[in-house]
Design a protein around this ligand. Structure first.
Ligand code: AMP
Ligand code: GLY
Length: 423
């Protein structure tokens, strides 16, 4: 199959790397891609959110199968458009993607179906929301209903912080329409893991799990980011927990979407808090996580393209996923200043040696005319390694990360390190 992959992050580089290994994939085009995906196929200069442009590209190129990495085009209906045009595409429809694109939709679905989650109230009126806050216990979580690139959630430790978040979302519309509706949610105490299942509308595959480090600085300090590192599987993950999460959370969510007439076909991502009261859902997403994909996909032994075709054609039943038992650790190298302002166009050195025993997945990188690679975004690379145990995987990832350099590079030194952050 001539295959099109949509996206340009390290998640998409990892997906591209896995698809390129499949005998089912004859040729790979990535739109818009980065310097890493350019080595696995051909990049096409069409933005990941330009649904019309992507459909035209797929038709011009005679694409036989399309895979969508990020949530934004899924939420705006890329899958619906491609299907209407008779094209084979992996990912949920806009209606099924509401499980990520509307936190209110997701919350109602969970409550109706008895899926364990944080208690929450939804508000469209600023005054009512403010009044509710005043009586609520702290900490409390304020969430914009719509997509806000991971920035629409504030865990407020003080009433002042909570009020401030509410004003920015509902009055100043910092995230545009996404903040016109706001959820005020109970704070869940526990450790957080991300779980992933392939879902074909009816069937739910076995699960993969990973831990993501969202804060910018060591010790989980500093601002939230898109993710500064990850490892898989989490220390807390075992068969018993997998079957509990599958039966109480992932299967009921898939069933509920199917019953609503919007069956989910794609990768369902559960962001969970492991509380003293069992696993509870913090959020659902309609795609793989970034950086979780970079540490989960190296452990997947099954042909990814074959799984994705089974998902799209509703033939997941009986498929068992095969995993490498070795853990994988991924460290994100980011531009200095990220998630705030940062420089781009800094030359990246040492890439040729970093990849000898490790996997280097590109995010914000650009290939120069003379084959040099330069920075082109906040998160630049995810450097990953497998190891016989977590310590070995971590050493491998950091050894490789230290072989790469660019001006003002920053990365956390404590990804998958022993201590309270190891979940
Ligand atoms: P979300 O975009 O919903 O994943 O939220 C971003 C982050 O905020 C999550 O990954 C959690 O670390 C934190 N968070 C969200 N909701 C809650 C909650 N109810 N209790 C505690 N932490 C939360
Ligand atoms: N790693 C968090 C996310 O992909 O949403």
């Amino acid at each position: 199959m001539k295959t099109l992959l949509v996206g340009n992050g390290a998640r998409e580089h990892a997906i591209a790397w896995k698809l390129a290994q499949s005998p089912l994939v004859s040729e790979l085009i990535v739109a818009p891609g980065n310097a890493g995906t350019a080595k696995l196929g051909r990049n096409a200069p069409v933005g990941a959110e330009d649904v019309d442009g992507l459909l035209a590209l797929a038709q011009d190129e005679g694409i036989e199968f399309t895979v969508v990495g990020p949530e934004a085009p899924l939420a705006t209906g890329i899958v619906d458009r491609f299907r209407q045009a008779g094209a084979l595409i992996f990912g949920p429809t806009a209606a099924a993607a509401r499980i990520e694109s509307s936190k209110m939709f997701a919350k109602e679905l969970m409550v109706r179906n008895g899926i364990p989650t944080a208690r929450a109230e939804t508000f469209t009126d600023y005054g009512e929301a403010l009044e509710y806050l005043t009586a609520a216990s702290l900490p409390i979580v304020v969430k914009a209903d719509g997509l806000a690139a991971g920035k629409g959630v504030v865990v407020a430790r003080t009433l002042e912080e909570a009020r401030d978040a509410l004003r920015r979302q509902m009055v100043e519309l910092e995230f545009g329409d996404a903040g016109r509706r706001v959820l005020i949610e109970e704070y869940l105490e526990g450790s957080e893991i991300s779980v992933f299942a392939f879902v074909d509308g009816e069937q739910v595959s076995g699960l993969a799990a990973a831990c993501d480090y969202k804060r910018a600085l060591d010790g989980d300090e500093g601002p939230n980011t898109g993710g500064m590192g990850a490892y898989s599987p989490p220390v807390a993950w075992n068969e018993e927990l997998e079957s509990e999460v599958r039966e109480r959370i992932m299967v009921p969510a898939a069933r509920a979407l199917a019953e609503l007439g919007s069956p989910f076909r794609g990768i369902l991502y559960g962001g969970l808090m492991l509380t003293s009261d069992g696993p509870k859902v913090v959020e659902f997403n309609c795609r793989m996580g970034d950086p979780e994909a970079q540490v989960v996909l190296p452990r997947l032994k099954t042909d990814l393209a074959a799984i994705m075709i089974d998902v799209v054609t509703g033939k997941l039943e009986g498929l068992s996923l095969e995993w490498d038992d070795r853990p994988c650790v991924g460290v994100v190298l980011a531009s200095g200043g990220y998630p705030g302002a940062y420089r781009t166009a800094c030359e990246i050195r040492g890439l040729e040696h970093a990849g000898e025993d490790a996997l280097v997945f590109h995010a914000g990188t650009r290939l120069g005319d003379d084959d040099t690679v330069a920075t082109d975004g906040g998160r630049v690379l995810t450097v990953c390694a497998l190891g016989d145990d977590l310590a070995e995987a971590r050493e491998g990832a950091y050894e490789a990360a230290n072989r790469v350099s660019f001006d003002e590079a920053q990365f956390r030194g404590d990804i998958a390190s022993e201590g309270p952050l190891l979940r």
